[in-house]
Design a protein around this ligand. Structure first.
Ligand code: ZN
Length: 392
C-alpha cells in the first residue's frame, strides 16, 4: 500500500500555521489556526465541526469515513503555542516560518503545528488511496499549553466515546512514547499567628513550619525514589517545591500569619496518588505541630500516569509503520510531562500513544524548528499506521 502524500502541501500548511500567532495568552488564542485547519479540511471535502469550548477558543474535529466497517482512530493535535518570549534570543522571526538548511523555524513549528499539518495530510492521503476500514477522527484542539480545556471538552462528547485509540502528534523525535508521567499539584497553607519579630513567644511562626515541611518533602522524595526505582522511559519520581511565599521584605520585624508552599509532584507507574496526597497532608500537619501552626492542603491538579502496552494494536501499527517508512527499528520512549493524551485517557478511557515530528527538547525554546524531512516522513508514517491499525 502506498499513500499519495502531498509532500509540498503538508510543509506549506505547517508554514501557514506557524505564521499565525496563536499564543496561549489573553487576547491571542487559537481562532486563526482553527479557521485555517477547518478551511483546509473543507477543501478536502470533509465537514469539520467547529465547537467553541471557551470564548474565542474553538476545537475543530472532522471524521473521515473509510467506507468499510472497522474501528475508529483519532489523530490529535493542539493549535495553541507558548509565547515567543524575549525576541533578542531569536535569530529568526518567530512567526516567519523561514526554511533554512532543511529546517523550518518558528514558534510552534515543532510543538506542534507540523504535527497538526501531518495528521491532516496523512488522513487525506489515506482517503485518496481508496476505501479503508473504519474511521479516522482528526481533532485540532485548543489550550494544551494551559488547562487543556480543548481535550477536557472533547473527552465529554459522544464522539470521544467511540474512539478506539488515539495518536497524539506531539514532537517526540521519532520515539514511540508509550508512557507519560503523572502530575499532582498541591498547595499547602500553613496558618500561624502574627506577632512582633522581637516577641516571637507571642506568635505561631508558619515560616519555621514551612522550613520543616520542605526538609520532610526532600526526605520523602528520597524514600519514594528508593522504593519505586527509575522507570525505563520516564526516569525518576520527583517531589519539587516550586513556590514558597511568606512574610514581606519590607516587614522583616513581623512574623506573618500564613506561609504558602506549592509542590509539583511528577509520578511514575506504581506511585499511588491518593496515598501520596495523604502523606503530604500528614507531613504538613507534623511540620506545623511544634509551633502550633495548622495546615490546609489543596490539590490543584491531578493527572494520572498514562501507559499503553507495547503490544497494543495501536502501538504495533505505529511501530510497523515507522520501521517501514523510516527504515530503522522502532524506538520507544516516555513523555516527561502530560499531553492532551493524558486527559483523553483519564476522562474518556481512550488508549493513547505519543509520536510526532520535531525534537523533544526544542519545544518552547528560542529558535524552535522542525526538520522539513521529518514532517514529510511523519505524514507517511501516520498514513501507514492508520491503515494498519484500522485493518487490524
Ligand atoms: Zn505540544
Amino acid at each position: 500500500m502506498t499513500f499519495p502524500v502531498d509532500e509540498q502541501g503538508v510543509v506549506e500548511l505547517t508554514r501557514a500555521l506557524v505564521r499565525l500567532r496563536t499564543v496561549n495568552e489573553p487576547g491571542a488564542g487559537e481562532v486563526a489556526a482553527a479557521e485555517l485547519v477547518a478551511e483546509t479540511m473543507r477543501g478536502f471535502g470533509w465537514s469539520p465541526e467547529v465547537t467553541e469550548v471557551a470564548p474565542g477558543r474553538p476545537n475543530v474535529v472532522a471524521v473521515v469515513d473509510g467506507g468499510l466497517p472497522g474501528p475508529t482512530l483519532m489523530f490529535e493535535g493542539h493549535t495553541d503555542v507558548v509565547t515567543e518570549g524575549d525576541l533578542d534570543r531569536w535569530s529568526v522571526d518567530p512567526y516567519g516560518a523561514e526554511i533554512r538548511d532543511g529546517k523550518l523555524y518558528g514558534r510552534g513549528s515543532a510543538d506542534m503545528k507540523s504535527g497538526v499539518a501531518a495528521m491532516i495530510h496523512a488522513t487525506r492521503a489515506l482517503q485518496l488511496a481508496g476505501p479503508f476500514p473504519g474511521k479516522v477522527l482528526v481533532g485540532a484542539l485548543v489550550d494544551e499549553e494551559g488547562m487543556m480545556l480543548g481535550a477536557k471538552h472533547f473527552a465529554t462528547t459522544a464522539q470521544a466515546a467511540g474512539v478506539d485509540g488515539a495518536i497524539i502528534c506531539e514532537p517526540e523525535e521519532g520515539e514511540i512514547c508509550t508512557s507519560a508521567k503523572g502530575a499532582v499539584r498541591i498547595r499547602v497553607d500553613l496558618l500561624g499567628a502574627m506577632a512582633h519579630g522581637a516577641m516571637p513567644q507571642h506568635g505561631r511562626n508558619p515560616v519555621v513550619a514551612a522550613g520543616r515541611l520542605l526538609a520532610a518533602l526532600a526526605e520523602e522524595q528520597a524514600s519514594l525514589q528508593a522504593r519505586h526505582g527509575t522507570h525505563e522511559h520516564l526516569g525518576d519520581f520527583y517531589i519539587t517545591p516550586t513556590v514558597a511565599v511568606a512574610g514581606s521584605l519590607s516587614q522583616i520585624n513581623v512574623i506573618p500569619a500564613r506561609a504558602t508552599v506549592a509542590i509539583d509532584i511528577r509520578t511514575i507507574p506504581g506511585v499511588e496518588h491518593t496515598a501520596l496526597v495523604e502523606r503530604v497532608r500528614e507531613l504538613a500537619v507534623e511540620a506545623g505541630r511544634p509551633d502550633g501552626v495548622t495546615a490546609e492542603l489543596t490539590v490543584v491538579d491531578d493527572r494520572p500516569v498514562v501507559e499503553i502496552a507495547q503490544d497494543h494494536p495501536l502501538v504495533v501499527a505505529l511501530a510497523g509503520a515507522h520501521e517501514k517508512v523510516a527504515g530503522e527499528p522502532a524506538r520507544y520512549g516516555g513523555v516527561p510531562g502530560a499531553t492532551d493524551g493524558t486527559i483523553l485517557t483519564r476522562d474518556a478511557g481512550i488508549p493513547t500513544v505519543v509520536y510526532g515530528p520535531g525534537g523533544k527538547w526544542i519545544a518552547h525554546q528560542a529558535d524552535e524548528f522542525v526538520e522539513v524531512d521529518d514532517i514529510v516522513r511523519c505524514t507517511h508514517v501516520y498514513a501507514e499506521a492508520a491503515y494498519r491499525f484500522l485493518s487490524s
